[in-house]
Design a protein around this ligand. Structure first.
Ligand code: HEM
Length: 213
């Protein structure tokens, strides 16, 4: 006897009635987060490779009137820290986890603060990558690169990859429901770690950054 497909299901995973087989649909949807995480990992790797091969230079950077570029990044990273806390708070509110009804404008507010945090983080990451790069081993003056600096650089690269995943999660409507909160949670955690290993350390060592002159 010739082999047949499962009763009521065609070879393409659709039922006789033309509706889609849930199992096949589930696999299709899972492809979105899996591809996004794979692309994010490749982007993080490429950022790291760029950080290794690029010759660090202060040309094309700004200190926005602060004493150094590091001081400026510390101030902007503190703003990012406040914005990401707002992001998590508003996300929990939107998902109904705070037990208070979310107002209609909350989604827009969440998107605006999120986009601002993203742009500011990219601005800082550009300054890190361009003027310092991914430091490993010893610096050009022979001083050893601290574990904190190395960990910060690696996390910084992962942040860029996580941003790619988050943008895909926000844009894709066919992905599973867990994808957006997981992508947001991963990005939040990495950003917090990047800020703890840089701005928080800097403020602990040098105090709050001062303006130049
Ligand atoms: C794109 C990948 C990144 C690389 C390769 C990188 C690398 C570096 C390096 C090598 C330093 C100097 C550390 C030292 O002097 O010991 C630095 C400083 C800094 N980075 Fe990054 N970073 C990246 C992304 C980020 C991100 C995403 C943030 C925050 C949102 C950030 C915030 C800072 C701040 C505030 C400083 C100044 C304080 C300090 O000296 O540690 N960086 N970064």
């Amino acid at each position: 006897m010739a082999e047949t497909t499962e009763p009521g299901t065609t070879d393409q995973g659709t039922t006789d009635q033309g509706t889609t087989d849930p199992e096949t649909t589930g696999q299709k949807n899972m492809a979105i987060p899996l591809t996004a995480f794979a692309v994010g990992a490749v982007v993080a790797l490429l950022v790291g490779v760029f950080g290794r091969v690029h010759d660090p230079t202060l040309q094309g950077t700004t200190d926005l009137g602060y004493s150094t570029v590091l001081a400026m990044k510390t101030v902007v990273a503190t703003v990012v820290a406040v914005l990401v806390v707002v992001q998590v708070g508003t996300a929990l509110w939107i998902y109904g986890k705070l037990g208070i009804r979310a107002p209609s404008w909350l989604g827009t507010a969440h998107r605006i603060t999120g986009a601002t945090a993203l742009v500011l983080s990219l601005f800082i990451a550009y300054h890190c990558l361009w003027s310092l790069g991914l430091e490993v081993g010893t610096l050009p003056d022979g001083a050893p690169v601290s574990t904190r600096t190395l960990v910060h650089g690696l996390i910084g690269c992962a942040v860029i990859g996580a941003m790619v995943v988050k943008v895909v999660a926000v844009r894709s409507r066919r992905a599973p429901g867990w994808f957006l909160p997981v992508a947001g949670g991963v990005l939040f955690s990495l950003l917090v770690l990047a800020i703890l290993t840089s701005a928080v350390w800097y403020i602990g060592q040098e105090g709050w950054p001062t303006r130049a002159g």
